[in-house]
Design a protein around this ligand. Structure first.
Ligand code: TXA
Ligand code: MG
Length: 350
């Protein structure tokens, strides 16, 4: 399939690109589009055949439900059966934005979109291109991240092109995604609201609006055998070609551990380091030094994380050593993604 590739500036949206993309979705096709978190791979959420195509294009297991993206708060009531006052309060505060809420679903949402569950995940993104595109597409766009399953989520049009060219109808490229990691997910479909995935909207942000919440123990705890409530969280999102290790401990010990590993590196082995601006010069001898910004700037770390992971594969890195993020707003979300990428491989060097 030939993939149409169009650029549009979020500050000056080319409406002809948006109408073309909207037409493709309404005709049952697939379009990748930017959001403030990561790029999404969209299809008409209310069209079963269209939603099924997403699984094929991504190589994604079909029990993994999709998030329905909307561009108008009122749309929630058309597809969710039970919108609680808590959900309304969260929507008022954090929508449009990087928060996904799970509700009991209405019958008009096909099982191809919900992965056969009786609940539906909904997000109203804030990216201006996403909003215009969803509205033009009919108002309900099912979209997972626009990567091939097993690759890091795409945060640039280039990442999407690498994974999806030839597999989908159209790509809308609007440059970098500001946040760079996927939305926070909270389940409001039963009992005490439960956080299923950490993201830019933090635990504290959620508590501030709705008080008590629970956190999925399979995601936030240490039990690696527990089953996550968000089906997608059970998959090892990104299996780097190389072996990945998170190095945990005081700055000095982490730095000297990584420097030693670089010095003792066997001939022919390519070693990459995911690090911070203040430490990067110490690791000059590595084959790849991915600078994720200053360690106290977790916004920047999140923004650069997936690109850094992709570069390790692009440069055939055999061993990836990653420093730990700081405990800023995005700290838990970054650590969650790193732990999954490393397959829980952590060394404590203190
Ligand atoms: O930021 C984001 O959320 C991005 C952009 C494109 O919006 N999308 C995204 O989609 O990350 P995806 O498919 O990569 O992740 C969606 C997660 C999966 O772990 C899936 O299992 C979970 O949401 N999910 C979707 N519907 C659900 C439901 N009804 N109940 C529980 N988990 C659900
Ligand atoms: Mg994904």
């Amino acid at each position: 399939m030939d993939t149409i590739y169009k650029r549009t500036d979020p500050g000056n949206i080319d409406m002809s690109v948006i109408s073309e993309a909207g037409r493709i979705i309404r005709a049952g096709g697939l379009v990748a589009f930017p959001t403030e978190t990561v790029y999404g791979l969209g299809a008409d959420a209310l069209n079963p055949a269209a939603a099924s195509k997403i699984y094929e294009a991504k190589g994604r297991p079909s029990d993994n439900p999709l998030i329905v993206h909307i561009a108008d708060i009122g749309s929630v009531y058309e597809i969710a059966a039970d919108v609680t006052p808590e959900a309304e309060a969260l929507a008022k505060r954090y929508w449009p934005g990087p928060l996904t809420m799970i509700f009991k679903g209405k019958d008009i949402v096909p099982k191809e979109t919900t992965g056969g569950l009786d609940t539906v995940a909904i997000r109203f993104p804030s990216h201006p291109v996403a909003k215009a595109f969803i509205a033009s597409a009919g108002g309900y766009v099912a979209a997972p991240s626009a990567n091939i399953s097993g690759r890091p989520s795409p945060t640039t049009g280039d990442h999407v092109f690498c994974d999806m060219n030839g597999r989908i109808d159209m790509i809308i490229d609007s440059g970098y995604c500001n946040i760079g990691i996927e939305s926070t997910i909270i389940d409001l479909s039963a009992g005490t609201p439960m956080m299923l995935r950490p993201g830019y909207v933090s635990e504290e942000d959620l508590r501030e609006v709705i008080g008590d919440i629970e956190k999925d123990p399979a995601v936030f705890g240490n039990d690696t055998s527990a089953k996550p409530k968000a089906p997608g969280m059970k998959y090892r999102h990104y299996a780097p070609k190389g072996e990945m290790l998170i190095v945990s401990g005081s700055k000095e010990r982490v730095r000297s551990y990584i420097m030693e590993r670089i010095e003792e590196k066997p001939e022919g082995v390519r070693l990459g380091v995911l690090t911070f601006s203040e430490d990067a010069p110490a690791f000059e001898g590595a084959d790849l030094v991915a600078d994720m910004g200053r360690s106290d700037n977790t916004d920047m770390t999140a923004h650069r994380l997936y690109d850094s992971l992709r570069r390790c594969d692009d440069e055939d890195i055999d061993i990836i050593l990653s420093e730990e993020p700081c405990s800023g707003r995005l700290g838990p979300a970054i650590m969650n993604r790193l732990i999954k990428a490393a397959g829980h491989n952590i060394i404590h060097v203190d």
